[in-house]
Design a protein around this ligand. Structure first.
Ligand code: AMP
Length: 230
């Protein structure tokens, strides 16, 4: 869900809460991004959800993205940077945002730095989970068959965005998951080096119950936000 409320006390753009969730597929980024976003009244921006919605809607971009997504590969940087630039330009993102699934390459990360320039610090939360746990988690993950949105752990029945039936993601099959993890190691893991020297970077152990991860994220976020204002 793309929440648009704004409960952030500081409305000025310079103090916006801009968050990036890093981590491999299955780390729990979507669930945690959703919790963080609703807790702070920020939009959760998931590039995977945006692409899946485009696939479901049969738009030109969706049709072009489908084969690449189902093979577990990444969509081109230009397309992704275009999507996120447009999304961050919308009024609800002025007070901040929680990005889930972007950036995934160093080129995207550099573009994001340009997009948030002058909009307050970027807090980067890296969720770390061992590979065998990821493969197991992805085997049981579900998305909505109607609107394509990623189901979060709280959803026990149908999709809470549109009421559609929840199904397994095509790209969560074991073979494709292995490919996606390889792509992650090759193209997205280098982002840890890209961000790790910043005072607003934090690593979180994601191999714990979701509520524990949420609590860890909360303190990491408070700490990172404090260090950004020092
Ligand atoms: P996700 O739901 O984040 O796992 O994304 C599902 C798929 O969408 C990925 O495996 C990629 O094919 C594509 N995708 C999502 N975000 C990006 C991105 N930032 N860059 C390139 N491809 C992406």
């Amino acid at each position: 869900m793309d929440g648009v409320g704004n409960q952030v006390a500081h409305g000025a753009e310079a103090q916006a809460l801009n968050v990036v969730m890093l981590g491999p597929p299955g780390a729990g980024k979507g669930t945690q991004a959703q919790r963080l976003a609703s807790g702070h009244g920020l939009p959760k921006i998931s590039t995977g959800d945006i692409l899946r919605e485009a696939v479901q809607a049969g738009t030109e971009m969706g049709l072009a993205a489908r084969v690449t997504m189902e093979a577990g590969n990444l969509i081109g940087d230009d397309v992704m940077i275009g999507i996120v630039t447009e999304r961050l330009d919308r009024p609800d993102a002025r007070v901040g945002f929680v990005l889930d699934g972007f950036p995934r390459t160093v080129v995207q990360a550099a573009a994001l730095d340009g997009m948030v320039d002058g909009r307050g610090p970027l807090v980067v939360l890296d969720i770390v989970v061992p590979e065998d746990v990821l493969v197991r988690r992805l085997a049981t993950r579900r998305i909505c068959s109607k609107c394509g949105v990623n189901a979060v752990v709280e959803w026990t029945g149908n999709c809470q965005a549109c009421g559609g039936t929840l199904v397994a993601r095509i790209d969560d099959g074991v073979e494709i998951v292995r490919e996606r993890l390889k792509v992650f190691l090759r193209q997205t893991k280098p982002l840890v080096d890209y961000y790790s020297t910043r005072s607003t970077f934090r690593s979180i152990d994601g191999n714990q119950p979701p509520d524990v991860v949420t609590a860890k994220i909360k303190s990491a976020l408070d700490e990172a936000a404090r260090s950004a204002t020092l």
